[in-house]
Write a protein that binds this ligand. Structure first.
Ligand SMILES: Cc1ncc(COP(=O)(O)O)c(C=O)c1O
Length: 391
């Protein structure tokens, strides 16, 4: 009887996904600020700037007009067409709007893609370090995330050789790639991405490309997987380049053969994506000038950190190619990135994310800094870290 009552209150095993450790850092930062002390926030991966004016105006106009109803499950047709045009303008790809599905952030796109591509129990390769929700969504859906170690020699990306070695050990059904990547900020050259996709597809491994940080590329231009193979699923979002995290809107480009599947899944899981966000997203494309100014701000922040952090004492970090992350090696100072992050927060007033959030193997040696704030904050962070490490 007691056992039955207990079972009624128990969550399922597959829902047992770990939380973000960065939440602890954020809570600690809030406590410090409540005491009246200053904190430079570099822990959360989101833009400080608002959505483009064009997007906000379009949303306001839609609200004034009144009725906000459901849309088609795959999204408002004019938005899908506008996204397809973006592929022509940005990548020289003639994309049929029918292959575009609008999603609830890229997060919604991952759920749809994993459901559409994989059976439960199938194995999906991910780069380590990497964005934790890939593995947590996969395991909640009953798939098996398989971490493949990346190193400086492979420019922190999965290579065809590493993928095949894992596939020979035990067959893989899928591969998730990300360029620019989170937490590393590193990118794959178009050639390397093309080679990896070709190797994967030759073995029947389906490729999902997370392109959420496209547009925020400084070292070289990011290539979309959609331009390299029509069989890949490319996932993107308005959250980062367009500064629309809270609007919860993204999209995916899928092979023709999957369009109807995604349509049926989304129709059942969510009916449609929030209409107001779709209206705003379509207008966001007209706000690119504003977003380019924001991007130039990130470039300046990147310069300040790349030049300043080595002088402050943090002289080892991964190539700072894109997104707005710098992944610093702190092994000279500590074997415990969580403890280091807590002390840096308490004693220097700079909040960053411990690498263990992104890498269960070697994350204790790394910290992720988000440089999406202001240039003044970057200078302040460099100064504070320098003073602290020299103490
Ligand atoms: C690499 C990566 N992919 C996907 C997401 C999810 O973003 P959203 O659901 O807002 O599009 C994030 C968010 O930080 C991210 O860093």
């Amino acid at each position: 009887m007691l056992e039955t009552a207990k079972r009624l209150l128990m969550p399922s095993k597959r829902s047992d996904v770990p939380p973000f450790i960065v939440m602890d850092v954020m809570a600690a930062a809030a406590r410090i600020e409540a005491e009246g002390r200053r904190v430079v926030h570099m822990e959360v991966g989101q833009p400080a700037a608002p959505a483009p004016q064009t997007a906000r105006k379009a949303a306001q106009a839609a609200l004034v007009q009144g009725r906000i109803g459901y849309t088609e499950s795959l999204g408002i047709p004019t938005l899908r067409a506008r996204i397809a045009r973006h592929y022509r303008d940005s990548y020289g790809l003639a994309l049929d709007p029918a292959r575009v599905a609008v999603t609830t952030g890229s997060s919604g796109g991952f759920i749809l893609a994993f459901l559409a591509l994989f059976e439960s129990g199938e194995r999906v390769a991910l780069a380590n370090p990497g964005y934790p929700p890939y593995r947590h969504i996969l395991s909640a859906l009953g798939c098996e995330p398989v971490l493949i170690e990346t190193t400086a020699e492979t420019r922190w990306a999965i290579t065809g050789k590493a993928l095949i070695a894992e596939h020979r050990r035990k067959p893989l059904a899928g591969l998730v790639v990300a360029s620019p990547a989170n937490p590393t900020g590193t990118m794959m050259e178009a050639d390397a991405l093309a080679r990896l996709i070709a190797v994967a597809e030759a073995e029947g491994i389906r490729v999902i490309s997370d392109e959420i940080y496209h547009g925020l590329d400084y070292a070289f231009a990011a290539e979309t997987a959609a331009n390299l193979s029509e069989r890949t699923v490319a996932i993107n979002s308005f959250s980062k380049y367009f500064c629309m995290t809270g609007w919860r809107i993204g999209w995916m480009v899928v092979p023709d053969s999957l369009v109807r599947t995604i349509d049926r899944l989304q129709g059942n899981l969510a009916i449609s994506v929030p209409t107001l966000a779709q209206v705003a997203a379509e207008a966001a494309f007209d706000g690119r000038d504003e977003m380019e100014t924001v991007k130039h701000g990130y470039e300046e922040n990147r310069r300040i950190l790349v030049e300043g952090l080595p002088q402050a004492g943090l002289d080892k970090f991964l190539p700072v190619d894109g997104a707005f992350y710098l992944y610093a090696d702190i092994s000279r100072f500590s074997d415990d990135s969580l403890d280091f992050a807590k002390r840096m927060l308490n004693e220097a007033g700079v909040a960053a994310t411990p690498g263990i959030d992104f890498d269960p193997v070697d994350g204790r040696h790394f910290l992720r800094f988000c440089y999406a704030g202001s240039a003044a904050e970057m200078h302040e962070a460099v100064q504070r870290i320098g003073d602290w490490l020299k103490r």
